[in-house]
Design a protein around this ligand. Structure first.
Ligand code: ADP
Ligand code: MG
Length: 731
């Protein structure tokens, strides 16, 4: 008997690499072709308009109607020449991903029925009112209340996808609360700019602005689309809810940096071609550790733009995958037993004078500045380790965190031996020693002698969720499907708040008569002591570390819904309100959304699991059991009782095992349905999410265990769901 699974495998094997969608010219010739960037603006806007707009962008001001009209006119001309017929405000609701509602440029020239013209006014560019009632708001905007609106973020350039001009926007309720990620992100970038600039001015008064930089590394899986289509769990939840480990998976580590499979290589090339058109500076592509897992990374850029580019590339990745007969899996843990996917967020700060604040400097002043930022970041991460964890936590990412292959569920910082020893020396020194700064000899303590290239690959700790890697921190706990903004809002905010506090403390000491350098050293020394518990250079996956982290008072909570509480602790509310990133009301509302989303994800998975158990697993296992019974029956027809018992022993063993497993699967599935019903009656979103976490989730692994055992005994020909060895190795 042949089933869909075999057909899909056969088809997948036959697939060949397809040509890239267009012959590839020199990248620089078409790079950014579909982006209304500075060069295009210079062509399509008057000098006057461009100058005012640049000012608005740099100062983060809102634009007035007249300017908006001028920009819109230029943008329209640019877009029409490139074949755009529609426009949309492109925003980032809390559902993750992006949202858009397309409108055509057409309008009647005059009264209805008069000739059609293409229209795009400043009003349409600057602001729109999408019917926002279906986006999560955590109760801020009831559906019958005032609607939300989107407003252009001029710091991120517009671009054209297919026939549509996309305008990056914020999404806000009429009462002013953020309903998206971009709004608080821009506020946090502003906060860190302000706070860091003030601190920089201790060292270099010419610094006027500090930028936050982000370089993401996006991991993903590709699965043949035919195989994908025959796995309802992948289609509906993005992950496999069952599937026995393949005999070979990643043990040999032969996939990582191995040669890229041809069909995948064609996909990557095509994807890069698309990405370059949007000015996304894709730089690196390679295989990842797990079979069929890959990664791509761009050259880092300003955080706001880099996040928009990540969201755009995620949607391009999906589209291009389909052209190549693949489906893209961005889920954090599509397959059990092998690595999941993350999105390392490489983050740093840099000044408008071109100095990387996390790059060891060439002069003593620059190095004192470098140490100042490192130490403040350490303390910020220490004080807010629970919050940082909350910023990356989702139902999907929970599968990765705490597993032995990805950042643990405890946030710690890895500094490496060189920086660690500098901090240790600094801590042990008297400030009189430390502040002798001779431009020729450098400071004592060797601070001036930190080599520029700090760490080689051997000094890299792969188990650390927050690691210093020479000129940046790598926040590795971020999930592959996440909007990086969540992590970047938290990180930039805690660092901003910490820098504000640092400045106040240092200024107070100066006011009391301390010299500036001594004041800075004294405060840093205190911070180094205080932040010690967050520093950990050992194996983040070990059990000893878990025990040690508890002793150090770090957050070790593993329940997703409870982890979100970190956002609404009094310290967090004070922090976010203090730097004007979130109001208390927004923080509560956003947690409501998180709890609701968590519950829904688990709910969907539970339903899919129930359906698969009843319609796939049990019928198939029963059919095989009946074949075995048939065989036993026939043996007894042919042989005498004793001989028959011997000959059929193997079959009867399997028959009984199948019966037992089916009955456990059935009863556990019934219990799961019951647990869900109980949870569904709870009104409070937090309590409901906790019920789902505590009472529903544990059934998944239990049920799966028996299904996976059945997969091993049931006749391969009867099994309808593609197995791991097919999903992961056929390409
Ligand atoms: P890895 O060695 O961790 O695999 P890469 O060397 O490819 O990764 O770099 C990862 C990302 O870090 C890239 O996007 C790169 O541009 C980015 N990156 C490099 N330096 C910085 C920096 N100073 N600030 C932010 N991101 C950076
Ligand atoms: Mg990295």
């Amino acid at each position: 008997m042949s089933n869909l699974r075999f057909k899909a495998v056969e088809e997948a094997f036959k697939k060949k690499a397809v040509a890239v969608s267009a012959p590839a010219p020199l990248t620089s010739e078409y790079y950014g072709k579909y982006v209304f960037n500075k060069e295009q603006m210079a062509k399509y806007l008057s000098k006057e308009t461009l100058k005012t707009l640049t000012g608005v962008i740099e100062k983060g001001e809102t634009l007035n109607r007249e300017l908006a009209n001028h920009v819109a006119a230029g943008m329209k001309m640019w877009a029409l020449e490139r074949g755009a017929t529609h426009y949309t405000h492109w925003f980032q609701p809390l559902t993750e991903g992006t949202a858009e509602k397309h409108d055509s440029f057409i309008e009647y020239e005059g009264a209805p029925g008069s000739p059609i013209v293409e229209e795009f006014s400043g009003k349409l560019l600057a602001q729109q009112e999408p019917d926002a009632s279906s986006f999560p708001s955590g109760g801020i905007r009831n559906t019958f209340e005032a609607r939300g609106y989107t407003a252009w973020d001029p710091s991120s350039p517009a671009f054209i996808v297919d026939d549509t001009l996309c305008i990056p926007t914020v999404f806000i309720s009429y009462t002013g609360e953020a309903l998206d990620y971009k709004t608080p992100l821009l506020k946090s970038l502003n906060a860190v700019d302000k706070a860091a600039t003030e601190v920089c001015q201790y060292f270099d008064p010419s610094v006027k602005k500090v930028f936050s930089y982000l370089g993401w590394e996006q991991e993903y899986f590709l699965v043949d689309e035919g195989l994908y289509a025959t796995r309802p769990d992948l289609v509906l939840t993005g992950r496999t809810l069952m599937g026995h480990e393949s005999a070979k998976n990643q043990q040999l580590e032969d996939h990582y940096f191995g040669s890229i499979p041809t069909r995948v290589q064609a996909y990557m090339k095509d994807l890069e071609f698309e990405g370059y058109k949007y000015g996304i500076p894709l730089k690196t592509r390679h295989n990842e550790v797990a079979p069929n897992q890959f990664e791509l990374a761009p050259i880092f850029g300003e955080t706001n733009l880099s996040i928009d580019q990540n969201l755009l590339i995620m949607s391009l990745m999906k589209k291009v995958a389909r052209r190549h007969g693949f489906r893209l899996l961005l889920h954090e843990k599509p397959f059990a037993g092998i690595n999941g996917s993350g999105k390392h967020n490489n983050w740093s700060l840099g000044t408008d004078t071109g100095v990387g604040l996390l790059t060891p400097g060439k002069t003593p002043e620059e190095n004192l500045q470098f140490i100042t930022f490192i130490v403040n970041i350490l303390l910020a991460v220490y004080k807010n380790n629970a919050l940082l964890k909350a910023s990356i936590m989702t139902a999907q990412n929970a599968h990765r965190l705490g597993a032995n292959e990805a950042p643990p569920a405890i946030i710690s910082v890895f500094l490496g031996t060189q920086i660690s020893s500098i901090l240790d020396k600094l801590e042990a020194s008297s400030s009189e020693d430390a502040i002798i700064m001779d431009p020729k000899q450098g400071m004592k303590l060797g601070i001036a002698k930190i080599p520029e290239v700090l760490l080689d690959n051997t000094d890299r700790n792969r188990t650390s969720p927050f690691a210093f890697t020479g000129n940046r921190f790598e926040f590795r706990a971020v999930g592959s499907s996440a909007n990086c903004a969540s992590a970047m809002i938290a990180l930039n905010s805690i660092v901003a708040a910490q820098l504000v506090e640092f400045k106040q403390t240092v200024d107070a000491k100066i006011a009391e008569g301390s010299t500036k350098d001594k004041a800075i050293f004294d405060v840093l020394k205190k911070y180094i002591k205080e932040s010690k518990p967050i520093r950990f250079d050992g194996n983040g996956y070990s059990d000893e570390w878990k025990a040690e982290a508890v002793k150090r008072g770090l957050d070790t909570e593993t329940s997703v819904p409870v982890i979100y509480d970190a956002y609404t602790q009094p310290e967090s509310i004070k922090l976010f309100e203090g730097i004007k990133v979130f109001s208390e009301r927004e923080l509560h509302a956003r947690n409501e959304v998180k709890w609701e989303t968590y519950t829904k994800k688990i709910q969907i998975e539970a339903r899919v699991l129930g359906d698969l158990v009843m319609n796939h697993i049990i019928p198939v296992a029963t059919r095989y059991q009946s074949t075995l019974l048939d065989n036993v029956y026939k043996i007894y027809q042919v042989y005498d009782k004793d001989k028959a018992a011997k000959l059929s022993a193997h079959d009867t063993g399997s028959i009984e095992e199948i019966s037992e497993r089916i009955s456990i699967i059935k009863s556990k599935t019934e219990e799961l349905v019951e647990a869900r019903k109980v949870a569904n009656k709870i009104d409070d979103e937090r309590a409901k999410a906790i019920a789902y976490h505590d009472k529903v989730v544990p059934y998944f692994d239990e049920i799966r265990y028996h299904i996976d055992k059945l997969e091993l005994i049931v006749d391969n020909e009867l099994w309808t769901l593609p197995k791991y060895r097919e999903l992961l190795f056929v390409r």
